[in-house]
Design a protein. Sequence first.
Length: 298
Amino acid sequence: MTQEKAVIALFDRSRKTNDVQVGIGDDGAVLRDGTVLTVDTMVEGVHWDDKLTPEDVGWKLVAVNVSDLGAMGAKPAWALLAMALPSPLDMTWTERFREGLFEALNFYDLPLIGGDTVSGPTRTLTLTVGGKAAHPVLRSTGKPGDDVYITGELGLAAAGFLDPAPTPAARAALCRPTPPVRFGVALAESGLVTAMMDLSDGLREDLATLCRASSVGAEIDPAQVPGAADLAHRFSFGEDYQLLFTAPPDARSAVESLSRSQAVPIARIGRLTAGGPVRLLGASWPAPLYTHFPPGPR
Ligand code: ADP
Ligand code: MG
């Protein structure tokens, strides 16, 4: 478990109320009426540097949040924006950030309905996004024997961040991620999938999270995972904003036809097992490339 996860556990004092179906621990919380809520923060110098333009930061703030909603099977319906901006205000930066933000809000078709604006030492941007899911899909409901799938390719954002001269696709993955939100909703509504989450921390970390939540193990064939040649980039960097989902083997042809009809590429990369480790066949998992709280003196 990362230190970040250990901190989250400190705050997990969730008790069931009549209004809440799913509390802390999934990509979003689910209210009794099917409303799904998620919040994500981006801090300058932590979540972005000058590889991202202000427009890119605006786009990405929306993308990382709708990614979590899509992974729950919820269509984003509204957003709230909280900004801490250093004083004196840099209006040029702020207007350029707004351009990218609204470009993404329009792309995913959701209105900004409120927020908060304060001064702070470092640009810190928080977006809260909500929407409805008719059939929310959790991380905790994968079953032994289920197939494991991902959408798209993994490790492109890693290449965008780490390569001195990234390809346009790698740059776009880092700066303008486009999570397959509509496909997540379609998968959820199809009733084919058993568990789903988005890939934000890297397949190594996120699959371990899904398996822990579902009390299962997994076997993954690295040769079936499309993406960066470098295994650490592909499995242990993160920022993929693709979907990780599971479905029983008898759903294969229906899952594949949904992928074709939505033009979202998928790969079947392995299966869930009854207990046991989360294994990469023929290789060991590369070490994580990033942590929010590296070990150090207290
Ligand atoms: P994701 O990467 O999908 O956004 P995280 O791994 O960041 O998910 O968070 C895991 C779970 O912990 C989520 O349900 C999230 O809402 C919850 N969480 C994270 N930080 C806090 C916090 N400070 N207080 C309460 N819940 C939190
Ligand atoms: Mg998530």
